[in-house]
Unconditional design. Structure first.
Length: 214
């Protein structure tokens, strides 16, 4: 596993003092965060975010940022990987929209939290949900402008072979709905990931390779 720390050159939105985990599926993000929490570090896991009154917090975020929020959901709901069955389309629709609601609700719940903390499945990670087709640098940069910014990004990377071994023991994201869809989504995410990483290298400050986070 390789980790890199990117620091925002600009002030984070809402004075959000967090280190946001980012990486491809099965790269080891959640496993690393759980280890850090066991060692006494402050962290917010995805399941914790789901229990924070997602709908109420999302509404609060929407009322503060109606135009930005509308754009993000417009982009999400006009960017689809093809699905043959209507029931699968409906399930994916619910999965994607509820995920983005959860992320924005989670942001609302932690944006004024004191002290530095780690957070998984957050703002930057949501790009994989918003843009499921292969994208480009201009489109991704535009989406980033509508998402709140955190002050630090912890990029977690694992070799492709290791990631796919882990996937083989579990499943692709979305595989419980449709295997063909989930494989195409993963391939598109890998394509978009390279562009996002390039943007991080350009837009954030000095990169610290393998920082001591434990």
């Amino acid at each position: 596993m390789k980790i890199s720390l990117f620091e925002n050159k600009e002030k984070a939105d809402g004075n959000l003092n967090c280190i946001e985990f980012f990486g491809l599926s099965r790269s080891g993000k959640t496993h690393l965060l759980k280890k850090l929490i066991k060692k006494g570090k402050k962290g917010v896991l995805n399941k914790e975010g789901e229990k924070l009154g997602k709908i109420g917090l999302f509404i609060k975020h929407f009322l503060r940022n109606p135009w930005k929020t509308n754009y993000l959901f417009y982009k999400l709901n006009t960017n689809w990987v093809g699905l043959d069955r209507k029931i699968d389309f409906f399930k994916v629709f619910l999965m994607r929209n509820s995920y983005l609601m959860g992320v924005l609700g989670k942001y609302e719940s932690v944006r004024k939290r004191k002290g530095e903390f780690f957070v998984d499945e957050f703002l930057l990670q949501s790009i994989f949900i918003i843009l499921q087709k292969k994208s480009n640098e201009n489109e991704i940069k535009k989406v980033l402008k509508y998402l709140p910014r955190t002050n630090k990004i912890l990029l977690v990377e694992s070799e492709e072979e290791k990631r796919y071994k882990r996937i083989g023991k579990t499943r692709f994201p979305g595989q419980q709905i449709n295997k063909k869809y989930s494989v195409e989504w993963m391939k598109n995410s890998e394509f978009n990931y390279k562009i996002i990483k390039k943007i991080l290298l350009e837009d954030y400050g000095p990169v610290v390779e393998n920082p001591k986070v434990n």
